[in-house]
Design a protein. Structure first.
Length: 617
C-alpha cells in the first residue's frame, strides 16, 4: 500500500499506526520512530498529550504537562515524517488538559516548526471547551450524571469552576479528517478517540471494537511491551490488530498485552467510554512472532453517547517549607510537638480554626508516614531521621507566606520535654526557607453529559507555510535509514519458570512480591485508586488465588475501607494472570494536602503480604 496513491475518501485494507510515547513531550528514541516510518511503512502518527494524573492544576491554571522545549523536541521529527513521508499526525488532549489555550499553544509550536523548516502543511484544530451556561442548561434538563461513585453535580459546583472541557469521542476527529488535513491538534479527548477515528476513516469495514481496543492499548505507547518501551506500531485490519514495539530489544507477548488492560482502569474486562462499554472479557491474544501479538474478539455494549466533563478551579495559594529532624528525643515526641506548634500558629492566625476550609496548615513526615498517612502499615519504632514538610493554604500568597513563616519558626525553635539541643530543631536544606508554591487547585466537575450531536465541536482548518507544497513525489524517503543501526540484545525467554518452585519447599517465609512480576497501585481517575498484582506463570497465579487471602477482608483492613460499596472492583482476571482491586480514594486527587498525586505508592500492604512459610526440604 503506497500513501501517494491514496485519494481522499479511499478506503484501505489495513493501516499502520505508530505511537512514539505515552504522552507527547515525554520523549522517545528518534531512531525507533524512523524505524516505524521507514522500515515498517507507518501511515499515521497518533499520540495522546494529556491526562488528569497530574491533578487539577493544568486545567484550572492552563499549565502544560511539559515545557515548550520538550514539545518542540518531540514534534520536530514527527513533522519531518508528515512532510517527507506523507504520514498523518493526530494529537489529542493537547497540552495536558486540552482547553483552548493548550490547543493554541501546540498550534503555535507546530506553526513555528513548519515555518522554520520551510514546509507547507494543512492543519486542523478541535476545541472541546464547554461553557458554564451549557453545563447548567444540561444539568437543569437532568442530562448530567456522576462519572463513578461521586456526588451528583450541583449548580454551585458549576458556578465556582474556572475551566471546563469535554472528553470527546472519535466523532470530531472523524469530521476533521474529511477535510484531509496533514495534522490535527485536538482538545481534551477520550484517549482512544483519534485512533478510532483514523481507522474508521481509512478502513471501510473496520470493526469499531477492534479500533477501540487497539486505541486503548496504543495510547500508552510501548508500555505493553517487555521491558516496557516507548515507540510501538499497530497494524490494523477490519477485524484484528497486530502490535510490534519498535525497539528491537523489547517484545510484546500475549500476557504483556492482555495485562495492559489493567493499567489505570477500574476493572480490566469492561472499559467504559463515549457511547458504550468495550467488553474484552473474551478477547483473544495470539503470539504471531517472537516480538509481535495479534489481538481480536472485543465487543461493544452500546449506550447513549455521553462525554465526560472535567472541571477545575483555584482554591487559594500554597506556601511550603522542608527540613530534617535528627534529634532522637524530638522524634519520639514529634506528634505532640507538631500539634503544639500548630496550636501556637493558630493563636497567631486564628483563621486556621475559624475558617478551616480556606486556611490550612498540614504536616507530612517523610521517613515515617508521609506517603500513606494513617493507612501506613509499618511501625516506626527505630526511625532515626524525619523529613518534615509543612504546607499552608490561604486565600492570598502573602497570607500563606506569613502562616508558613510562623509555623517554620515554631518548628525550628519550639521547646519539647527533655530537650538538650537548644540551638534549633530543624535542618533547613537551603534558602529561601519558605517557598511560595503558587495556586492551589481542585477538581469540581467529573461527570457525564448526554450529547445530542457528538461532532458538534468547533473545528478550524488552515494552511501553514507559503502555500507552495514542495513535498517530494516519492513520499517514502530513505533519508533517515542510517539512524536505524544498533545492537540487539538477547530477548528474555517467552516461557518463565514458576516462581513458586523456588519457595514452596524452602522452609522459609515468602511474600507476594516473591511470586508476582508486578505489584502496583495507580490512579484510576481523580477519585479512585486501583491495585494490580500480575504473575508470569499460570502456576503462580493459581497458587496465590487458591490461598483466598486477597479478599474483601484484606482490602478493608489494608486501606481502611469502611463500606463494601467503596470497593469498586475486586476480581481475578485470568487472561492477564492478574488480581485487580479498585477502591475510592481517601482524598481527592491533587487537592490540598495531597500525598501521592499519581497514586503510585499506595501498594505497601501488598508488598508485605505473607503467603506462607514453605515446606521443609
Amino acid at each position: 500500500m503506497q500513501v501517494e496513491s491514496v485519494n481522499q475518501g479511499t478506503t484501505w485494507d489495513k493501516v499502520k499506526i505508530i505511537t512514539p510515547s505515552p504522552i507527547l513531550g515525554y520523549g522517545y528514541p528518534e531512531e525507533d520512530l524512523w524505524r516505524g516510518v521507514e522500515e515498517h511503512g507507518a501511515d499515521a502518527i497518533i499520540i495522546d498529550a494529556g491526562s488528569t494524573d497530574g491533578g487539577p492544576d493544568d486545567l484550572a491554571l492552563n499549565h502544560t504537562v511539559v515545557s515548550r522545549e520538550m514539545y518542540e523536541r518531540d514534534l520536530a521529527p514527527m513533522i519531518d515524517a508528515v512532510y517527507k513521508n506523507g504520514l498523518k499526525l493526530l494529537i489529542s488532549s493537547a497540552g495536558g488538559a486540552g482547553p483552548k489555550a493548550h490547543v493554541d499553544f501546540l498550534k503555535e509550536i507546530i506553526t513555528d516548526l513548519i515555518n522554520k523548516k520551510q514546509y507547507t502543511l494543512k492543519v486542523a484544530t478541535i476545541y472541546t471547551d464547554v461553557s458554564k451556561e451549557t453545563v447548567l442548561h444540561k444539568l437543569k434538563q437532568g442530562k448530567i450524571n456522576p462519572c463513578g461513585e461521586i456526588p451528583q453535580l450541583k449548580v454551585e459546583d458549576v458556578e465556582k469552576t474556572d475551566a471546563i472541557v469535554a472528553q470527546v469521542g472519535h466523532e470530531p476527529f472523524l469530521k476533521a479528517l474529511r477535510e484531509d488535513p496533514d495534522i490535527i491538534i485536538g482538545g481534551r479527548a477520550y484517549d482512544p478517540a483519534p485512533f478510532i477515528a483514523y481507522c474508521l476513516h481509512r478502513l471501510g469495514k473496520v470493526s469499531h471494537p477492534t479500533a477501540w481496543h487497539m486505541g486503548k492499548i496504543m495510547e500508552c505507547g510501548g508500555i505493553c511491551a517487555i521491558p516496557k518501551g516507548k515507540v510501538i506500531l499497530a497494524t490494523v485490519t477490519p477485524d484484528n490488530f497486530e502490535l510490534l514495539p519498535m525497539d528491537p530489544n523489547t517484545r510484546c507477548t500475549e500476557l504483556s498485552v492482555a495485562a495492559h488492560t489493567l493499567y489505570e482502569k477500574t476493572r480490566p474486562d469492561k472499559l467504559a467510554g463515549p457511547g458504550g462499554i468495550l467488553n474484552i472479557a473474551d478477547a483473544k491474544y495470539e503470539q504471531i512472532s517472537a516480538r509481535g501479538v495479534r489481538v481480536s474478539g472485543a465487543v461493544i455494549e452500546r449506550k447513549p453517547t455521553a462525554f465526560k466533563l472535567e472541571g477545575a478551579r483555584q482554591v487559594g495559594y500554597k506556601t511550603v517549607f522542608l527540613g530534617g529532624i535528627r534529634d532522637p528525643i524530638l522524634i519520639k515526641c514529634i506528634d505532640d510537638f507538631t500539634k503544639k506548634t500548630w496550636d501556637m500558629t493558630a493563636k497567631m492566625f486564628p483563621v486556621l480554626k475559624s475558617e478551616p476550609a480556606l486556611h490550612q496548615l498540614q504536616w507530612k513526615f517523610y521517613g515515617r508516614n508521609a506517603v500513606m498517612a494513617e493507612l501506613e502499615p509499618c511501625s516506626f519504632e527505630n526511625v532515626h531521621e524525619i523529613g518534615l514538610y509543612g504546607e499552608v493554604l490561604a486565600p492570598t500568597q502573602r497570607l500563606a507566606n506569613a502562616i508558613a513563616n510562623c509555623a517554620r519558626v515554631g518548628i525550628l525553635h519550639g521547646a519539647y520535654p527533655g530537650q538538650v539541643a537548644t540551638a534549633g530543631n530543624f535542618a533547613s536544606p537551603g534558602t529561601p526557607l519558605e517557598l511560595s508554591a503558587g495556586a492551589a487547585c481542585e477538581f469540581t466537575i467529573y461527570h457525564l453529559m448526554d450529547i445530542d450531536d457528538p461532532e458538534d465541536f468547533p473545528i478550524d482548518h488552515f494552511i501553514i507555510g507559503d502555500g507552495q507544497d514542495q513535498r517530494p513525489k516519492s513520499q517514502r524517503s530513505i533519508e533517515n535509514h542510517h539512524r536505524l543501526n544498533g545492537q540487539t540484545k538477547e530477548l528474555i525467554p517467552l516461557k518463565s519458570e514458576p516462581a513458586i518452585n523456588n519457595f514452596l519447599y524452602g522452609g522459609k517465609p515468602f511474600y507476594l512480591p516473591d511470586l508476582a512480576r508486578v505489584v502496583r497501585s495507580k490512579n484510576s481517575g481523580p477519585y479512585e485508586i486501583t491495585f494490580d498484582v500480575m504473575f508470569a506463570t499460570l502456576e503462580d497465579y493459581e497458587f496465590v488465588k487458591s490461598l483466598n487471602i486477597l479478599n474483601i477482608d484484606f482490602v478493608k483492613k489494608s486501606w481502611k475501607v469502611l463500606n463494601d460499596e467503596d470497593i469498586l472492583a475486586l476480581m481475578w482476571f485470568k487472561p492477564a494472570l492478574a488480581w485487580k482491586c479498585t477502591i475510592k480514594r481517601s482524598w481527592d486527587q491533587g487537592s490540598f494536602g495531597e500525598r501521592d498525586t499519581f497514586g503510585t505508592a499506595q501498594h505497601a500492604p501488598l508488598m508485605m503480604l505473607r503467603l506462607g512459610n514453605g515446606l521443609p526440604n
